[in-house]
Design a protein around this ligand. Structure first.
Ligand SMILES: Cc1cc2nc3c(=O)[nH]c(=O)nc-3n(C[C@H](O)[C@H](O)[C@H](O)COP(=O)(O)OP(=O)(O)OC[C@H]3O[C@@H](n4cnc5c(N)ncnc54)[C@H](O)[C@@H]3O)c2cc1C
Length: 465
């Protein structure tokens, strides 16, 4: 933490570089920057205060801030929409939060080459609204698309529900401009989606959680808006029946943009026959003819798999609520956490059995009603579920033990601790379960190349030795 003299000096330098209105230093202004949607212990809620928050608008302004931080060796925490789930923004060592909220401009829309260049603070939703008149979209439909920014999505390797057809943001990054810890600007490469020349530097910043540099501009591949879209929603006797249908779809070769099988709750309100406890939705888009043909195929597959179709109106309104309200409303209450593990398909049932019948009872955690199972269907697998956090004495310690057991279970099955949502501080000390010492040392070496003084979001992602 900074002493009063250095603090006064840094404040003067920041104000000189950015102007008074772009530097926050009063306690009341800093309080909203003490946490994100990760559940830290209640007693620590306002413990970690940043020293300053800056609101730059341009790359040279970011460079000035980084140079000041480098001179004083103060941590820098780049911030987007603040929606990450793993404590990536918690200023555990104080420092300067670089809030990118004002870096929200579209720099270029390039129609012939189907790309867009933007500043990092634009939200996914704002970008799609901007692109619509051009007949384009990014396709990055995250549950958090109203608040998550391009910089945040890249830095967490954000997951899009249309991943089967369009991939996710990691597949769309063509080139990045990054301010490094030295204050130097790095351009990772030309604005091309395909090249076989240099090392793929931009890949290093995907899921880097702000630990390697501050992204100040991103060039991303965009797609033509589809002529038609549709959604098919079907009910099944349970999650596993829904999942069987999902797996048949996966291996059928038919084009679909994404889908999800999960344990349903309150499905009678959607018209599900009594006793049905599983759901499966499939997203389709393309030309009208393509969508009609895909729909015929999926409808037959569902009937053959014992599913019961919801009406088109119900399916449409379900999806609107799901995208526009549900995910926003779920922005953490502080009482629950979510599983986003990657589990190989053949171990899925075993994973869930062990999770809910062995791990959960041991630590007194319970799944939320109807939220034991969910599986994204497509090229990116994510085995989900939601549970209430442990309560009472020792709750925090129990929660940490649960996280480690989940990490151990997922990695022992050849899976990954987190498909999306990253590491932050939540799973930092579990990385040794997924990566060998050599792999972690290689990551630390990369970090040292970009950030020798460890000022870029220190204490996140990589475990201490
Ligand atoms: C209700 C809800 C639904 C969600 N649904 C999804 C989902 O469907 N898919 C999914 O992937 N995630 C989802 N998330 C998690 C979260 O929204 C994502 O992790 C999101 O991509 C974070 O973006 P953000 O702009 O909010 O980033 P922040 O939370 O602000 O930051 C995340 C990380 O990115 C770094 N960062 C931000 N901007 C920059 C920059 N310019 N340069 C360098 N580093 C930067 C930060 O330092 C931090 O480490 C959901 C969260 C909630 C609360």
């Amino acid at each position: 933490m900074m002493d009063a003299k250095s603090r006064a000096e840094v404040k003067e330098q920041l104000v000189k570089a950015l102007g008074e209105s772009k530097v926050l230093h009063e306690k009341a202004d800093l309080l909203p920057y003490t946490k994100d949607t990760y559940r830290i212990p209640l007693e620590d809620e306002y413990r970690y205060l940043p020293d300053f928050v800056v609101l730059p608008e341009t790359t040279p302004e970011v460079q000035s801030v980084v140079r000041i931080a480098a001179e004083h060796r103060i941590p820098l925490i780049p911030k987007g929409g603040g929606s990450n789930r793993t404590g990536m923004l918690v200023p555990i060592l104080g420092g300067i939060v670089v809030d990118t909220i004002r870096m929200n401009k579209v720099v270029e829309v390039n129609l012939p080459n189907l790309y867009v260049t933007v500043q990092p603070g634009i939200t996914l939703k704002e970008l799609d609204q901007y692109l619509e008149p051009y007949g384009l979209w990014l396709t990055q439909e995250q549950g958090s698309f109203k608040v998550a920014t391009i910089g945040g999505s890249i830095s967490t390797s954000g997951f899009s529900r249309r991943h089967q057809k369009y991939g996710s943001i990691s597949d769309r990054v063509m080139s990045l401009e990054v301010v490094l810890a030295s204050g130097e600007v790095l351009r990772t490469g030309q604005k091309v989606l395909y090249t076989s020349t240099g090392y793929r530097l931009h890949q290093l910043f995907i899921a880097a959680e702000g630990t390697l540099g501050i992204i100040t501009e991103a060039t991303l591949r965009v797609e033509p808006l589809p002529e038609a879209r549709d959604i098919i929603l079907a009910f099944f006797k349970d999650f596993w029946a829904a999942n069987d249908a999902a797996q048949r779809l996966m291996t059928s070769g038919v084009t679909f943009s994404g889908g999800e099988a999960y344990e349903g709750h309150g499905m009678d309100k959607l018209g599900a026959p009594q006793g049905m406890k599983g759901m499966f939705y499939v997203l389709l888009d393309g030309t009208k003819g393509e969508v009609a043909a895909q729909k015929d195929f999926v409808v037959s597959l569902i009937a053959e798999s014992g599913g019961v179709l919801a009406s088109s109106d119900v399916a449409m309104s379900f999806m609107t609520i799901y995208t526009e309200q549900w995910c926003g409303a779920r922005a953490i209450t502080g009482l629950e956490d979510v599983l986003t593990t990657y589990i190989p398909m053949e171990r899925m049932r075993e994973f869930y059995d062990k999770m809910w019948n062995q791990v959960a009872p041991k630590y007194g955690i319970e799944p939320l009603p109807g939220e034991k199972y969910s599986l994204d269907v497509g090229r990116y697998r994510m085995a989900g579920g939601r549970y209430r956090l442990p309560k009472g004495e020792g709750a925090w310690q129990k929660y940490q033990q649960v996280l480690r057991e989940i990490a151990r279970l997922a990695t022992s099955m050849g899976g990954s601790i987190q498909s999306c949502h990253g590491i932050g501080i939540e799973h930092r000390d579990n990385m040794d379960l997924e990566y060998s010492k050599a792999a972690l040392d290689a990551m630390r070496s990369i970090k040292r190349v970009f950030d020798p003084d460890n000022i870029m979001n220190p204490g996140k992602k990589l475990p201490e030795r």
